[in-house]
Design a protein around this ligand. Structure first.
Ligand SMILES: NC(=O)C1=CN([C@@H]2O[C@H](COP(=O)(O)OP(=O)(O)OC[C@H]3O[C@@H](n4cnc5c(N)ncnc54)[C@H](OP(=O)(O)O)[C@@H]3O)[C@@H](O)[C@H]2O)C=CC1
Ligand SMILES: O=C(O)C1=N[C@H](C(=O)O)C[C@H](O)C1
Length: 216
């Protein structure tokens, strides 16, 4: 497939290109804060950049009329409204976490809602590399939104080169339950991006989560 990459010079951009190269896909359009180049029209565009680039990404999708896969974090409800709007014209797959493990963990969390009552303290901790710009992580916000009960706090740690760890703790008097996911490399995320890229052209227009793609 011929694809475009917004944020191509970043950590995720480079990791996506590496995996897509290995799988025979061709980068034909790329953009970062300083450069924009197109050698052929892309069949899909992938955005792993920064929230401040979001409106520009929407303009590009509108202009090229190609499906979008977006993993950029920091998007708010207003941005999601805009994604819903553009997804009337092209398929869009969005997730704050393209790893399979986190998407399994969201199912476990939903199940926890059946058992956890007001006697539990619930805390979320996310740990990422020192270069991560947003806080808390998009994934921590996604996990918090699944839990029916009040979450005391999201704790954010920025430590060295950690690829991404998320832990949810449920503690009551006398015992604690911990759910933890840890990415060992960016392949945890890029595999999900590749799977989405393979499937997006078979989708009707609309806004999809990565989990919906996984469960098809
Ligand atoms: N959903 C998921 O599974 C995952 C999501 N992420 C998210 O992906 C995003 C990128 O992460 P990461 O690669 O680590 O970050 P980096 O800071 O390494 O890379 C960001 C990239 O975005 C580019 N960029 C900055 N401004 C613009 C702009 N105006 N237009 C286009 N490109 C721009 C940067 O270019 P320049 O160098 O020129 O500034 C750079 O190429 C973050 O939001 C992160 O949270 C990360 C991992 C997994
Ligand atoms: O910036 C990162 O690196 C990551 N960001 C995402 C987030 O904010 O949740 C996903 C992953 O944890 C890695």
């Amino acid at each position: 497939m011929k694809y475009g990459l917004i944020g191509y010079s970043g950590k995720m951009g480079k990791a996506i290109k590496e995996l897509f190269d290995k799988n025979g896909h061709k980068l034909v359009y790329w953009k970062d804060s300083e450069k924009e180049e197109e050698i052929e029209k892309p069949e899909i565009i992938i955005d792993f950049s920064i929230k401040s680039a979001f409106l520009e990404t929407l303009r590009i999708i509108e202009e090229k009329e190609v499906p979008l896969i977006i993993g950029t974090t920091g998007l708010d409800e207003n941005d999601f409204e805009k994604l819903r709007e553009i997804s009337k014209k092209v398929p869009v797959i969005q997730s704050f976490n393209f790893s399979i493990g986190i998407n399994i963990m969201t199912e476990l969390l939903k199940k926890m809602n059946d058992f956890i009552d007001d006697s539990y303290d619930i805390e979320i901790t996310e740990t990422h590399h020192r270069f991560k710009k947003d806080k808390p992580s998009g994934t921590a916000i996604l996990l918090k939104n699944i839990i029916d009960k009040e979450v005391e706090e999201i704790h954010s740690k920025r430590l060295g080169s950690e690829f991404g760890e998320h832990e949810i703790e449920f503690a009551t008097t006398g015992e604690i339950i911990k759910l933890t996911h840890r990415a060992y490399s960016r392949e945890a995320f890029t595999k999900g991006v590749l799977l989405s890229a393979k499937r997006i052209n078979n989708l009707e227009n609309g806004l999809y989560t990565f989990k919906e793609i996984l469960m098809r």
